[in-house]
Design a protein around this ligand. Sequence first.
Ligand code: SAH
Ligand code: MG
Length: 212
Amino acid sequence: MASPATFDIARRARGFMPDDEGLALHQAGRVGATVGPLLEVGTYCGKSAVYLGEAAREGATVLFTVDHHRGSEENQPGWEHHDPAVVDPATGRIDTLLHFRRTIEEAGLEGVVIAIVGDSVTVAQHWRTPLGLLFLDGAHGHEPAHADYDAWSPFVALGGLLAIHDVFPDPADGGRPPYEVFCRVLQGGEFAELLPSRAGSLRVLQRVKHAS
Ligand code: SAH
Ligand code: MG
């Protein structure tokens, strides 16, 4: 069972994961963990990694979490999701790695959550391990959102899950690319949506057909 204190750490962590969506992600992580290890694209300060890492711990597997820790476009100074607290004063650049380490340390998940620091697609090009769950929450521009899906989704094992964050059917609620990726996945026929897993902008799908 997850300790409520663990989720409190997720709630307090910096980041972009409302609690109801985080809890739904945790549930998806528990299902995915029965199939294989979990992998997240877009760590930031480790908020979603606590929800998923707790699921990995419960399922006796691990969560890999990939990020270059330099922030997405919308995290840069002058943009909507900029937080000056994650700027390294020595260089003036975003560096969320230390924030991530603190979050995971506090949550007691250092043995379960494994950070991979680097560009998502570059890491994927060297990846080989089938996944029980893939969570896409990296860069949200058109090109990188589709590139992350193309690079990582073939690794989702049959019966494994694909979770996508920031899916906004109404353009008034947010950017298009994650929603477009979600539509593309549905049309591709390899994944089917697990409707009860919907929460806010989180969508969860299951691989029902081998990657072509
Ligand atoms: N899941 C996080 C939020 C992620 S924000 C939470 O729960 O709060 C998106 C993250 O994607 C940022 O930290 C950014 O650095 C990362 N990112 C953007 N483009 C990337 C790329 N090409 N490779 C690796 N990480 C990337
Ligand atoms: Mg997100």
